[in-house]
Design a protein around this ligand. Structure first.
Ligand code: ADP
Ligand code: ZN
Ligand code: ZN
Length: 679
């Protein structure tokens, strides 16, 4: 007698949204068991799923299930529910989400290898109850008391340097004191930020207790971490957004650090928000959830105002650290073409002379965003994308930041032959070059010249380069650090007393309604890098060069007043019926031509009429995406909006079969993006 089992398999995302396939098995296997099953001519890895009602089919036609992976405990019911929710909510197939959540090597390993690995990972134990911990501030103490005694979810609204990380550490400690076998999941927005946080957790809990999980790891490393978490041996999993799907059978606490960060949104495949899933997972598995930020997302802020989250405030910096004074430079009063205003330059020079560090940021790498002919209208456009190629002076190339297309800078204008082609606008490379010139006479306390360094995606590409550059900054070998927003996040640079944003205005006039929110949090985060060391804190400054000093955003920034800013933004959003007061989804299409992409979206829109929930869903007209063509693919999108999340969800579910049924020549792919972050 064989049993009928439901197994989810990695079916291509667009072939079916249905859940599992049926297989025959000689053994009754528990839901959550990882198995090998035949699929077409291949054998693939699958997960035994929960039986669906009415599963008693005639099983003579069904293929037999292969071997379960030996020694691997089944994935928990909580994990399966999380996967099922994510697949449903983000409109992807169950198998795609389930299998993407497992480490790649799990699918390739043979049984003996796996059993060996598993044994090794189970052997890992940790916990240094002994490590020194600071006396908590009153704010930290209050936050921890609330976390211990209330259900949450919590929004830890703490200024940069207010000691949020210490609260996470002690919340984990509370958890492990109550239940030594419990597990905590700690999410950070960027791979760059994992090593330093990992070091702090390892110091406190022992190296064996903590495992990292992010896409920068090799497949064997990922498998090792995943198994340690799955077997319950790891106490703390520390990772980027993908880690929200880690198998944690004893999950008791979830921390989402810098919860406002857009990196928590996955931008391909299942486009999930790891922050939102973390909150859902916490509720599902009865684990406490702490979202931390100095500049919370407006979604989370609104959730506090409505009493859905509990707000824990930590407004002041630990010790004598004070937040930097904000200084605006009105660029309208500066000579034309000014890159660094005289007072800013003088302030940086003073820092150099005192042996303090400055940080200058600009969100654009390369030397200049465009190269242009001075005689005709030639510009360094990418021939494959509707975008300009960026001029990189170091290797004299033009590089497309969208498709990667790279060429040597032409000697003369390709259109008219003119030899005079010039950079337009500025990037970090140019900033570094100009600053080095402008600070040529500046001297450090020991009389040596000022040292300017740059840190961005270009300088940190090589393995180990980032760590090396960070170490140099920490060691005081750099006086002025120039970089993209990479340098503004999370790092605990102790000697920085000046931070400058040289060109922040673009975001003020962006068509993206989230641009002001992003800019404000970016500037606050950047300011958060300055004055962290009490010895120099009093003189710390945040400089902003702007053409619009009267903008209300800067008034709030000057006072470090996030609540005022949030209130003003939420009012605007409410009046305009924008998120978080409305719910959005995008249908994106990619095709050989813009016409086909839009024709698909129009057909999808007409197929939407009369569907479940459609009375409460507004379907907008198809439009080309901001960067309309990338790598010769035309892109367009259709916005959907509703004031009811359930109505939008019901509608999207009913729409799926319609979308799958549409076939157009020249259509390459389409995808639904629920709660999109950029529209
Ligand atoms: P945040 O995460 O809010 O930016 P951190 O947790 O990194 O802040 O704390 C900033 C600095 O203050 C760190 O160097 C940390 O070790 C230190 N710190 C945190 N809490 C305390 C405390 N209660 N007493 C002394 N130092 C503390
Ligand atoms: Zn020309
Ligand atoms: Zn390109």
């Amino acid at each position: 007698m064989s049993t009928l089992l439901q197994v989810v398999v990695p079916t291509p995302a667009h072939s079916t949204v249905a859940g599992a396939l049926s297989y025959r098995s000689e053994l009754p296997l528990a839901p959550g068991t990882v198995v090998r099953v035949p699929l077409g001519r291949r054998e693939v890895c699958g997960v035994v799923w929960d039986p669906a009602p009415g599963d008693a089919l005639d099983d003579t036609q069904l293929k037999a299930i292969g071997e379960p992976l030996p020694g691997l405990p089944p994935l928990s019911a909580g994990w399966r529910e999380l996967v099922a929710f994510a697949a449903g909510y983000y409109q992807r197939s169950l198998g795609e989400v389930a299998l993407a959540a497992l480490p790649p090597q799990l699918r390739e390993l043979d049984g003996t290898q796996l059993a060996r690995r598993l044994k090794r990972s189970v052997a890992a134990r940790g916990g240094d109850g002994e490590a020194a911990r600071p006396d908590l501030t009153a704010d930290q103490q209050q936050a921890l008391t609330a976390i211990a005694s209330e259900p949450g979810p919590f929004l830890l609204f703490g200024a940069t340097g207010s000691g949020k990380t210490e609260v996470y550490l002690q919340a984990v400690e509370q958890l492990l004191l109550a239940d030594p076998a419990a597990q905590a999941l700690v999410l950070v927005p960027e791979i760059n930020l994992t090593p330093q946080l990992q070091a702090r957790f390892e110091q406190r809990f022992g190296a064996d207790a903590v495992v990292p999980l992010h896409s920068g790891m090799t497949h064997p490393q990922r498998l090792r971490s995943w198994l340690a978490a799955h077997a319950g041996a790891a106490r703390i999993v520390l990772g980027t957004r993908m880690a929200v799907f880690a198998s944690l059978p004893r999950l008791g606490l979830v921390v989402v650090d810098e919860e406002h960060d857009p990196s928590y949104k996955q931008q391909e495949g299942a486009r999930y928000s790891a922050r939102d899933l973390a909150v859902y997972r916490g509720r599902l598995e009865n684990a406490k959830v702490i979202l931390g930020s100095a500049t919370p997302s407006l979604e989370s802020w609104q959730a506090c105002e409505r009493g859905r989250y509990r707000c824990l405030e930590m407004p002041t910096r630990v010790g004598a650290g004070v937040l930097p004074r904000v200084r605006l430079v009105n660029m309208q009063n500066q000579p034309k073409g000014t890159l660094f205003s005289a007072p800013l330059l003088a302030a940086i020079g003073e820092r150099v002379a005192r042996g303090e560090q400055s940080l200058v940021f600009l969100n654009r790498r390369g030397y200049a965003p465009v190269l242009a002919c001075t005689a005709c209208d030639w510009r360094s456009e990418c021939s494959h994308c509707s975008a300009f190629r960026v001029f990189h002076k170091a290797d004299r190339t033009l590089r497309c930041h969208h498709c990667g297309f790279t060429e040597r800078v032409p000697r003369r204008c390709p259109k008219c032959g003119n030899v005079d082609i010039a950079p337009l606008g500025r990037g970090t490379e140019q900033l570094e070059e100009r600053l080095a010139e402008l600070l040529a006479d500046a001297r450090r306390p020991d009389g040596t010249p000022a040292r300017v360094a740059r840190m961005d995606a270009d300088t940190t590409r090589a393995k180990g380069a980032l760590e090396e550059q960070l170490a140099q900054v920490h060691a005081g070998e750099v006086d002025v650090l120039v970089g993209t927003q990479m340098v503004t996040k999370g790092h605990d640079f102790r000697r920085i007393t000046l931070v400058a944003a040289v060109n922040a205005d673009a975001a003020l006039f962006s068509s993206d309604f989230r641009a002001p929110e992003r800019l404000f949090s970016l500037l606050m985060q950047a300011a958060g890098r300055a004055g962290r060391d009490a010895a120099h804190a009093a003189a710390s400054e945040m400089w902003v060069q702007t053409w619009n000093p009267e903008h209300p955003l800067f008034a709030a920034l000057k006072k470090h007043d996030y609540p005022a800013f949030a209130q003003q933004q939420l009012q605007e959003r409410q009046q305009a019926a924008m998120p978080p007061f409305a719910y959005q989804a995008l249908l994106r299409a990619e095709a050989r031509t813009q016409e086909v992409a839009q024709a698909f979206l129009r057909a999808a829109a007409s197929g939407a009429e009369g569907l479940d929930g459609s009375a409460q869903v507004v379907v907008f007209s198809p439009v080309p995406m901001t960067v309309q063509r990338v790598a010769n693919v035309e892109r367009a999108q259709l916005l959907l909006e509703s004031n009811s999340r359930p109505a939008l969800q019901a509608f999207l579910a009913a729409w799926q079969p319609v979308l799958h049924g549409l076939r157009l020549r020249g259509l390459i792919r389409w995808a639904v993006d629920v709660d999109p972050l950029a529209i």
